[in-house]
Design a protein around this ligand. Structure first.
Ligand code: NDP
Length: 254
């Protein structure tokens, strides 16, 4: 393997403190990227940045909340100020929210899920695209979910939020196609991370159910999602924009 998929590119990763985002930081760095990490937990970001720098990777981090527009702007500004431009972004930050039947769902769950998963992507896209327009090209991957394509029980705000992420992906891809900016999404199936550890911990039987509903009969490692995002962000697929790539062991294909 050449390990040059993202060689020379400056890539912003949101939600880089754990799970798929942390895996993406390692995979993108291995593929030659300079990585800018953002999330709310500074200790995690500092440790991962140090790990990458020890391997000779150019890496920096910005503590921030994607649901706050000024924080999203700061992350993009940091990438441009520190490394000269923003070539690519993986808008991965997201939360699952409590699993509850829709008629019992609270305003709080709705607000936090929508603010993080939808407003967060909206905030990041605005500032990332502005920076990419300055540079004349760019590539963005938003992290949706199989829940952005089909329903999953007891997670209505999450399902709605991930459908909205696909809506933003399509809208942005269409608007900026002629300006050299590609926007795609990944739709992961069940992936081992803090979100699923929380869901499985509080809902006995859910992990077995997820496995049984997946043709490959298993969950994904976070790196499996990161590898797909790396390819979508790279220059190896220049005619690909506005698409949603399920990375799901065959789940939505059934
Ligand atoms: P994790 O909980 O491990 O990671 C979520 C990441 O998002 C953390 O780094 C967290 O960091 C960050 N985050 C959460 N809220 C905010 C916020 N307001 N501002 C900035 N960062 C935030 O779970 P995953 O790795 O699984 O989740 C990553 C993405 O993958 C999510 O969008 C999720 O919906 C999606 N996904 C996951 C699936 C799975 O089965 N795991 C399946 C389909 C999609 P911090 O707390 O430090 O801010």
């Amino acid at each position: 393997m050449d390990n040059d998929l993202l060689s020379g590119k400056v890539v912003l990763i949101t939600g880089a403190s754990s799970g798929i985002g942390a895996a993406a930081a390692r995979v993108f760095a291995r593929e030659g990227a300079t990585v800018v990490l953002t999330a709310r937990r500074e200790e995690r970001l500092a440790a991962l940045t140090a790990e990458l720098r020890d391997k000779g990777v150019r890496a920096g981090y910005v503590v921030g909340d994607v649901s706050v527009a000024a924080d999203a702007a700061r992350a993009v500004d940091f990438a441009v100020a520190e490394y000269g431009r923003l070539d690519a972004a993986f808008n991965n930050a997201g939360i699952g929210g409590d699993r509850t039947p829709l008629h019992l769902m609270t305003d709080d769950v709705y607000d936090t899920v929508m603010d993080t998963n939808v407003r967060g992507v909206f905030n990041c896209l605005r500032y990332e695209i502005a920076a990419m327009l300055d540079h004349g090209r760019g590539s963005v991957v938003n992290n949706s979910s199989v829940g952005g394509l089909v329903a999953i029980p007891t997670a209505a705000p999450y399902i709605a939020s991930k459908h909205a992420v696909i809506g933003f992906t399509r809208a942005a891809a269409d608007e900026y196609a002629k300006q050299g900016i590609r926007v795609n999404a990944v739709a992961p199936g069940t992936t081992r991370s803090e979100i699923t550890a929380d869901w499985f911990g509080r809902n006995p039987g859910l992990e077995d159910l997820a496995n049984s509903l997946t043709p490959q009969g298993r969950t994904a490692a976070p790196e499996e999602i990161a590898e797909a995002a790396a390819w979508l962000l790279s220059d190896r697929c220049p005619f690909l924009t506005g698409t949603v790539l399920p990375v799901d062991g065959g789940f939505v294909n059934q």
